[in-house]
Design a protein around this ligand. Structure first.
Ligand code: DAH
Length: 346
């Protein structure tokens, strides 16, 4: 009997009470009339007369101990309850904390704006593969076999795992591959823009990246002339940039267009006065363009005697740089929220 008293004493000491539920468990086990201590008192009858007094005293001590513990914990739990209820009440009339919805990436904003401008004048949006064969990226576009752009310096070639022979697969270096794919599978009139990602083997710096974005455009139909090219790009520049932006066509060369022109606009940063963005010339190149070379049209199975057309290709990073004064290409891929947050709500 005395051993039992000892055990229960120990149990009471070790009983951890942190919540009203635990307090109730404690009460049921040690205090209530169905608890273990009451049970022990009932067992007192069977203790030999000689020991009854001592055991009875022990039992009383145990009972008092349990009651003291209970009172102490009861007070603690009560204090916790009042502390919680005296916390400042919740003001239900306060406006809620707004949900942060994130921002659109500046390149997405500009891509969408470009698409919107061209869609309104009848261009649809087309897509093509980023992993491409030499033919679609170069050959069909009239790049001669020894053109330096095919060099390992500029192009990422993709190994074909199954064959030991040198691969003719590569990561496209421009979006012009989609021109070819469109002309191959569609009859004129073709009037499409083709946004996408392109890759070049460049060391990453503020001014160059191995991955960037272009939007290609093509318009093939009967009687499409250089004037249509100029009109279309004038319209684009007027819609995309600040009022008063100047535009100029500068004769240039691309293997897949003849004649070819590069398109410059007056620098959006300095307004044409000269700064380090425009290398103090007042002008910034935004696109390459030209009349699609008849040979390229023929390469795709379309009769160049019947159909003519123009094409252009522009860099989305460059246009974003001019629109939002982003002077380091690396910012676009670093995912720094301090950069991205600046485009909130645009
Ligand atoms: N593909 C050229 C480049 O990446 C840009 C370009 C120039 C595209 C002239 C065209 C074009 O469609 O006609 O630099």
């Amino acid at each position: 009997m005395l051993d039992k008293v000892k055990d229960i004493h120990q149990e009471i000491e070790q009983f951890d009470i942190k919540s009203p539920e635990q307090l109730e468990q404690f009460r049921m086990r040690f205090i209530s009339r169905k608890g273990v201590i009451t049970e022990l008192f009932e067992g007192l009858k069977s203790v030999p007369q000689a020991d009854r007094r001592t055991v009875g005293q022990e039992l009383n001590g145990l009972k008092n101990f349990a009651q003291e513990r209970f009172d102490m914990f009861n007070q603690l739990v009560e204090e916790q309850r009042t502390a919680a209820s005296s916390a400042p009440p919740v003001d239900l009339t306060l406006p809620t904390i707004p949900n942060l919805t994130g921002t659109q990436h500046p390149l997405s904003l500009v891509r969408q704006r470009i698409i919107q401008i061209f869609e309104r004048i009848g261009f649809n949006v087309a897509d093509g593969p980023e992993i491409e064969s030499d033919w679609y990226n170069f050959g069909a576009l009239n790049f001669p076999d020894n053109h330096p752009a095919r060099d390992m310096q500029d192009t990422f070639f993709v190994e074909k795992m199954t064959e030991g022979a040198p691969s003719d697969m590569l990561l496209r270096t421009h979006t012009s591959n989609v021109q070819i794919r469109l002309m191959e599978r569609q009859k004129p009139p073709i009037r499409s823009i083709m946004p996408g990602r392109v890759y070049r083997n460049e060391t990453i710096s503020a001014r160059a990246h191995c991955m960037f974005h272009q939007v290609e455009g093509i318009y093939i139909d009967r009687n499409v002339g250089f004037k249509d090219l100029k009109d279309t790009l004038y319209h684009f520049v007027k819609e995309m940039f600040e009022p008063g932006t100047q535009i100029r066509f500068r004769p240039s060369y691309f293997p897949f267009t003849e004649p070819s022109a590069e398109i410059d606009i007056s620098c959006q940063i300095c307004g044409g006065k000269g700064c380090n963005i425009c290398k103090h010339s007042g002008w910034v190149e935004i696109a390459g363009s030209g009349m699609v070379d008849p040979q390229v049209i023929a390469n795709c199975g379309i009769d160049p005697e019947e159909y003519t057309g123009f094409a252009f290709g522009m860099g989305i990073e460059r246009i974003t740089q001019l629109k939002y004064v982003v002077n380091d290409l690396r910012l676009y891929t670093e995912n720094d929220v301090r950069f991205l947050r600046q485009f909130e709500g645009l």
